[in-house]
Design a binder for this molecule. Sequence first.
Ligand code: DX5
Ligand code: ZN
Length: 219
Amino acid sequence: MKEILIAPSILSADFGSLADDVKLIDEAGADWIHLDVMDGHFVPNLTFGPPIIKSIRKISKKPFDAHLMVTNPDDLLEEYVAAGVDMITVHKEVTPHLDRTLTRIRELGCKAGVSVNPGTSLSGLEFLLEKLDLILVMSVNPGFGGQSFINSSLDKIKNVRELVSGNPINIQVDGGVNNTIAPEVIKAGANVLVAGSAIFSGADFKSYKQNIASLRCKL
Ligand code: DX5
Ligand code: ZN
């Protein structure tokens, strides 16, 4: 059984005191810091980029997990590596040369991941298992925090688990994850849980710590 990792999404943090919130979730038990980069084109929202990531890099030593919801990830990889991210996840929908993109991410010294939207199939990923460190199943339509979990994601996570069996690939789920859904997605095969609103509710250390612990449920 892979270790269950919790990756708070800072999309739900208080951007007015982002450094404080990153420090708090680090100390509250976050395993990774999930960075939802949105360009306002691939998704109808615009969040942050390399300058912000660079500024919070010094706050936490936890792995920075960059989820690039952008139309042109191939053009941007070096900038995110320079900002200090440890992992880069690109979307299958915008990477026609995914083998080359994943190879490039690893050449730059980062872990390589691919994300699939709810309506996107897993087809073709079977040829890339040796180039992948992570597969991210989107359980909401990307762009915003606080949405409801799309139930068909559970079957998709099971399909990813079968697809990757035996390979050292993390299965990450992202969107609408809370302490009710967490046991379901873990049972289906996810081992990295992204959560924004379920963690950042309460806005203090005690609630962050409780919220993170409640997701790391034992089956
Ligand atoms: C959505 C993002 C998710 C989202 C998660 O596009 O990729 O990471 O911020 O937020 P919650 O957990 O509130 O759905
Ligand atoms: Zn995300």
